[in-house]
Design a protein around this ligand. Structure first.
Ligand code: BGC
Ligand code: NOJ
Length: 811
């Protein structure tokens, strides 16, 4: 069953039934100021950091889900309704929610009134615009009452939802003209306030929640709205809110438009006050003036569209399959921008208070984003590397507001350092900008410890070399990428976190996933050394890689697949010998991508084993059989019921590792089949089962051993976005940036006749056509650039003054 449809031309998903199986959301904002918005108007807004600087309140874990948002109520006679259906939940004559590129549009109709709400955040602006259009489509004059409503969050979202003994006393507001200001804590340690405005005179307002709602009403029927009369309340403590009230008279066919703005202001310490206890409103007024008419809003909205045209225009495929094209051209790229911005902080599954920017997460997010805005990727790489220690280890997370490593979360996830080699080399291949390597980057956020960025990569590489275990395989530390495989943790206290609790200090557990990661990114490191003339270092590093390859072959192979790990006791995990957890996806993916034992047939055997033991109707599960009881020596992985999350769930992030492995073997049909199993647009028809948005990837789909296989959770903020984009564009469609130019090496289903792809690379436009007359999966037979045959399959970096055509013939 579907709840809407794709509108590819407008790059929108159009939801036509508000009762989606779960809230289907979108993100507004691209740099500093963000909002989450659901298909029924739920969500919240924050500046930079969803924990420390939250503007509006949102209630996670509520019944029903999705409570709190940017709400509008229309009172038309006795009927109260909302254009986004919620909060009023009155049946509408028609409803539509269009989630687009950084904007959302609602259109609701009831009893001859059509109301449209357009929400977006103009580029470079710290405010959200809500443009409301009300139109009378009836033949009579209509007098309606329009109420806006938001609830302020008292800035620190965690404190806001826990510390009521204080918070119910601190709330402060001001009201001037049509602008409702929120200034809680402004007089002491804050230099910021928020405001909610509308570009016309109002007929009333409320700023105190209970005065507006009534003590016993819900969001669906606030007392002021039901009464058709605001109370002009001023909040003093309790819960400050902001609601405008406007009486609107519309002749038949007439429409009126209002521009609401939810803004955030920072002021200089010595310029905070207009007069005693009256905040300096000048900056807010300037912001309001910037978009005080629909014409000005239109210009900003056009700019946003232009921005996305340009970003998405860098990679555009024409494969003949709409489902694939809309993933590559629109939604997957869009999601990569969102994960780049949010890391794992704020979604409808991540509360915005738990997690900052992850070291491994943010490095991986970059591989799907770097082509869009390389300058921002560069800055991010430096921020991340700054949280590394001199021995190569690093903080697992940092807070975006401070850019400092998060000591409470700590480190010792031994895969973390290697991802820095991935992000850095991908950045240089995309841009050709080797100067990043010379940039002085602090260790441990201490500028006195700054070294050239290249030294951070060296530290990453040798962190593995210096932390080998009894089988000469990498020590896992607290955990590797699978941070639920806690092999040195041994936790039996339900109140401690597997992620942060102390580990056994002599922990000798080893990871085959890190081994594969090390071999693959070690080779990248060597390659980079050669690019910059560090032959000796390349040679030395290669020696360590060769030893690792030997160790994997000797101690990491189980006969038909790669082992997953050696546990604390030195016992195998991911082996035929195990009763449960006989085979794991991560080591198959990484050792295959690293081509360890390729000549001996290990890669092929491993991927065949994945097909046989891990593949199912909805994707590839993480491990099999899933654990059915708690193993204290394995940790969090065995806490999840079988088939969910890291315990036998389809953890979508790692499926592309297998797809890439398949492309290395040249098995294009298999790679693409895996791709289509988890790509959201291919799952639209089973939305009822899948539950989450059909336009973005989710972290986890319940696996074959789950009670409800195919049901998904945790959409949006997942490394799944970047890995799938990377895989489809660079390994399946096979257009891969390299130091020398664009490497073309597709691996596609044999049935395909070919495809076309436009790629802007280092500022140069290439129109690439791949032809597949012999119906093979892989192998470039010949290549022509601007009609001339070239040797090999790398398109060199050509001149910017014109677009170039590339013809690729497979065979
Ligand atoms: C989840 C992991 C996640 C980790 C982060 C665990 O509970 O299962 O997917 O990476 O928490 O803290
Ligand atoms: C989600 C986390 O964000 C990521 O860091 C981790 O690698 C995966 N879960 C797998 O456990």
């Amino acid at each position: 069953m579907k709840y809407g449809h794709f509108d590819d031309e407008n790059r929108e998903y159009v939801i036509t039934n508000p009762k989606t199986p779960y809230p289907w959301i979108n993100y507004l904002g691209n740099e500093d100021f963000f909002s989450l918005t659901s298909n029924t108007g739920g969500g919240y807004t924050f500046y930079k950091d969803a924990k420390f600087r939250r503007l509006t309140r949102y209630r996670y874990n509520n019944v029903p889900v999705d409570n709190g948002g940017k709400y509008f109520y229309i009172k038309d006679g006795d009927t109260v309704w909302s254009p986004s259906w919620k909060p009023a939940q009155t049946d509408l004559d028609s409803y539509e929610c269009r989630h687009g590129m950084s904007y959302t549009k609602f259109k609701g109709a009831k009893n001859g009134i059509v109301t449209e709400v357009l929400q977006f955040i103009p580029l470079g602006f710290w405010g959200e615009i809500q443009q409301v259009t009300v139109k009378n489509t009836s033949s009579e004059t209509k007098k309606i009452k329009l109420f806006s409503f938001i609830e302020w969050c008292l800035w620190n979202a965690e404190d806001d939802m826990t510390n009521y003994q204080r918070n119910l006393n601190t709330g402060e507001v001001e009201v001037e003209d049509s602008v409702l200001y929120h200034k809680t804590e402004f007089k002491e340690r804050r230099n910021h306030y928020a405001f909610y405005s509308v570009n016309q005179d109002i007929d009333g307002f409320d700023t105190d929640r209970e005065s507006f709602m009534g003590m016993y009403n819900g969001f669906d029927a606030p007392e002021a709205v039901v009464n058709g009369q605001p109370t002009n309340s001023f909040a003093h403590g309790w819960s400050p809110v902001a609601s405008h009230y406007i009486e609107v008279e519309l002749q038949p066919g007439e429409e009126k438009q209002f521009v609401f703005m939810l803004g955030y202001v920072e002021v200089e310490e010595d310029n905070k006050w207009e007069s005693k206890a009256v905040i300096n409103k000048k900056p807010a007024k300037e912001m309001i003036a910037k978009y005080d008419s629909v014409e000005k809003v239109q210009v900003a909205f056009d700019e946003l569209k232009e921005y996305w045209d340009q970003l998405l225009g860098k990679i555009q495929v024409d494969s003949g399959d709409d489902k694939l094209d809309r993933m590559v051209n629109i939604w997957n790229q869009y999601q990569c921008m969102v994960t780049f911005n949010m890391s794992r902080s704020a979604s409808f599954f991540e509360s915005g208070i738990g997690r900052g920017m992850g070291f491994r997460d943010s490095n991986q997010d970059l591989i799907g984003f770097v082509h869009q805005i390389p300058e921002r990727a560069r800055e991010r790489i430096i921020d991340i590397a700054s949280t590394q220690f001199e021995d190569g280890s690093c903080y697992h997370q940092y807070q975006p507001l401070t850019k400092k490593g998060n000591a409470a979360v700590g480190g010792d996830f031994n895969d973390d350092p290697l991802w820095l080699i991935l992000s850095t080399t991908e950045y240089i291949k995309e841009t050709g900008d080797f100067s990043l390597l010379d940039e002085l980057v602090p260790f441990d956020n201490d500028i006195s410890k700054a070294k050239p960025h290249f030294d951070h990569l060296t530290a990453s590489f040798y962190h593995v070399v210096n932390n080998l275990g009894p089988h000469n395989l990498p020590l896992i530390g607290r955990a590797d990428w699978n941070d639920c495989l806690n092999l040195n943790c041994f936790s039996n206290d339900p109140n401690e976190s597997f992620q942060t609790t102390g580990n056994k200090k002599d922990g000798k557990a080893e990871s085959l996933m890190i081994a594969g990661l090390f071999v693959l990114y070690g080779k990248e490191y060597v390659n980079l050394c050669l690019q910059i003339g560090k032959q000796e270092e390349a040679h030395k590093a290669q020696g360590h890689i060769d030893q690792m390859i030997a160790a994997v072959k000797e101690h990491g192979w189980d006969g038909d697949w790669y082992l997953r790990a050696y546990d604390y006791y030195g016992n195998k995990l991911g082996s035929q010998e195990n009763e449960e957890g006989k085979i794991f996806i991560e080591s198959q993916g990484w050792c295959s991508m690293a081509e360890i034992g390729m000549e001996e047939g290990m890669v092929e055997k491993s991927l065949n084993a994945v097909k046989e033991h891990l593949d199912c109707e909805y994707g590839i599960v993480l491990n099999s059989p899933a654990f059915s009881k708690y193993y204290i020596e394995y940790g969090e992985i065995s806490t999840y019921p079988a088939g969910y999350k890291e315990n036998g769930g389809i953890f979508c992030h790692n499926n592309p590792w297998i797809m890439i492995g398949e492309t290395i073997l040249g098995r294009g049909d298999q790679a693409y089949e895996y791709y289509t199993k988890i790509a959201p647009s291919f799952l639209e028809d089973i939305s009822e089962l899948h539950k989450v948005e059909p336009y973005v990837y989710c972290q986890m789909i319940a696996g074959k051993e789950a009670v409800k296989p195919g049901e998904a959770k945790n959409s949006w903020l997942s490394g799944t976005a970047s890995w799938n984009f990377y895989t489809i564009t660079q390994y399946i469609l096979g257009v891969k940036p390299s130091y020398e130019g664009l490497l073309i090496n597709p691996c596609i289903p044999q049935a395909w006749d070919g495809f076309k792809i436009k790629r802007i690379f280092r500022g140069v436009t290439y129109h690439i056509e791949v032809q597949n007359p012999a119906h093979v999966s892989k192998g470039v037979k010949e290549m022509f650039v601007n009609g001339k045959k070239i040797a090999g399959n790398i398109v060199p970096v050509l001149s910017k003054d014109k677009a170039h055509s590339v013809l690729v013939v497979l065979g």
